[in-house]
Design a protein around this ligand. Structure first.
Ligand code: ADP
Length: 499
């Protein structure tokens, strides 16, 4: 690693080098934090420090919010939708140009397989931005016909400054899902990346500048939750905050809104999603999708299909095939071409997942495979399958956020629907069956924000995404996200009515 003006050149495991500025990005400039603090970011595949980045504290949040506030009022609110669309698409062109580099940084900082970052994470981020760029010049209000002596219309307007607080599991995609609609709608942004994965947000920031966004429209801060995150959630000049993360922190964001200025809040939180496999399903396909449903991104995905329910007549066959498939999937170095599963994000998460595995064993579940560390260094955990579980066990109730699945049997649709609903969450669910009537009926019954039929974990920016129950408030994706980043103003004009 070498550095000048905090622009550092990192050498990647591929042998290539990447330039990255590790300061805070405020007003289109990379600057040190006011108090000059920095923190380390770790490569989870080795446990070694990659580099340090500047740390934002609440005074830096104030500075970034002031920049975003001024940018909104002096410049951005007068920039047309056509121009916003152009800037967003330019940003996408630059992400495409630097796709390989962004994927490598994402993989280095997060531990996800480089090939997956390259073919899934970065392209999905670009797709999301392009999708929302298309909205920028199509956000319209409505004329409302009332009495003849009045002319009424409703405008759809941006909030002004929006805060975004994102997690570490999909650092770039989370930027796309929040900044895509926020910018299309004409808001300015203060984004805080996760303290575990600050690097790609900084790379993204440099492309924002290169794309030609006016200064202050996008501000990117690296920092911690209780300091920088909390300062965003409490800030009096931020009118909306979008958060993705754990349910407990999500609740604290809502409280912060109540304690400050009642900023609008959207929350995308935890899950414990049921994946239901009926006997008439295409078994080979169901095995592969169910595997992807839980082990994709090393189980670090809020929609993970962590509870798999298999109809009793195919249970043994499914289990055998699922076990063989899980055993055949490569765990290891994220930069090896055939790796599917890399390390967990951090020592903290590694320990947390291991303690859930212990609780599964202690509470009487049967450990079929896995349950232990993979390799000598880094935070790798072998794909883990529990059977003989019941709904009261901790591993059936709490979000593990790791490569741990619990598989159990059911006989009837009524029984499995009841079991599916025995957690506090309602983020996602899936059903595998060849019977279209059953697929529709079960989809209608399930209390979840997303239901996949004969597939799992497919990402689509055009559809609503969010949670029922304690899995969240509001929706990302599609035109639903446009509602989350705009507010309505009714204008009533008197055409001759006198008092
Ligand atoms: P995870 O367990 O996935 O790391 P968290 O909910 O802890 O999820 O973190 C998600 C994001 O929320 C991160 O950017 C983190 O820094 C931030 N965060 C954590 N605690 C707070 C808090 N009290 N206020 C605001 N943001 C927070």
């Amino acid at each position: 690693m070498s550095s000048s003006n905090n622009e550092q050149t990192l050498t990647l495991p591929t042998g290539k080098t990447v330039k990255i500025n590790t300061c805070l990005f405020i007003n289109n400039e990379f600057v040190d934090g006011i108090d000059g603090k920095r923190f380390e970011t770790i490569n989870p595949a080795t446990g070694k420090v990659i580099t340090t980045v500047a740390e934002a504290l609440s005074n830096d949040v104030d500075k970034a919010v002031d920049a975003a506030y001024e940018a909104y009022n002096k410049v951005w609110k007068n920039v047309s939708g056509t121009e916003r669309n152009k800037l967003m698409n330019k940003l996408c062109d630059l992400m495409e140009r630097d796709l390989e580099e962004m994927a490598a940084l994402e993989s280095l900082d997060n531990g996800k397989a480089f090939s997956i970052a390259k073919f899934a994470d970065v392209p999905a981020t670009i797709k999301t931005f392009r999708y929302f760029a298309g909205f920028a010049d199509k956000i319209t209000g409505k004329i409302v016909e009332t009495d003849h002596d009045k002319f009424d219309y409703v405008l759809r307007e941006p909030f002004g400054v929006c805060g975004a607080i994102i997690p570490w599991n999909f650092p770039l995609l989370m930027i796309g899902m929040k900044l895509g609609p926020a910018l299309a709608c004409g808001n300015t942004i203060v984004l805080k990346s996760s303290e575990f994965t600050p690097l790609t947000a900084l790379k993204f920031a440099s492309l924002v500048k290169e794309a030609g966004f006016p200064k202050g429209v996008v501000n990117v801060l690296s920092g911690f939750g209780p300091t920088a995150g909390s300062a965003i959630a409490h800030h009096m000049k931020i009118s909306k905050v979008a958060f993705t993360g754990s349910t407990n922190v999500g609740k604290s964001i809502l409280k912060a809104s109540a304690d400050s200025n009642l900023k609008k809040v959207s929350l995308e939180l935890g899950g414990k999603s049921p994946n239901i496999i009926f006997a008439d399903a295409n078994l080979e396909e169901a095995v592969k999708w169910a595997h992807m449903g839980i082990f994709f991104n090393h189980g670090q995905i809020c929609v993970a299909g962590s509870r798999v329910y298999v109809q009793d007549s195919i249970y043994d066959e499914f289990l055998n095939k699922f076990k063989s498939y899980a055993e055949s999937i490569k765990v290891g170095d994220p930069f090896k071409e055939d790796t599917y599963q890399g390390p967990q994000i951090s020592k903290i998460q590694y320990d947390r997942i291991m303690s859930y595995i212990e609780s599964g064993k202690n509470e009487g579940a049967k450990l079929l495979i896995g349950g232990e560390r993979h390799g000598e260094e880094g935070y790798f955990i072998k794909p883990t399958i529990f059977t003989d579980v019941n709904e009261n066990m901790t591993i059936m109730q709490e979000e593990i956020f790791g490569p741990v699945v619990a598989i159990s049997k059911f006989s009837t649709a009524e029984e499995v629907i009841e079991k599916a609903h025995l957690t506090k969450y309602g983020l996602a669910a899936a059903v595998f069956t060849q019977d279209i009537t059953r697929a529709l009926k079960i989809s209608n019954e399930l209390q979840a924000g997303t239901v996949w039929v004969n597939c799992y974990n497919i990402y689509e920016p055009a559809v609503a995404f969010g949670g029922y129950r304690e899995s969240g408030i509001g929706r990302e994706g599609g035109k639903y996200a446009i509602n989350e980043y705009t507010q309505l103003k009714s204008v009533q004009i008197n055409l001759g009515r006198s008092l």
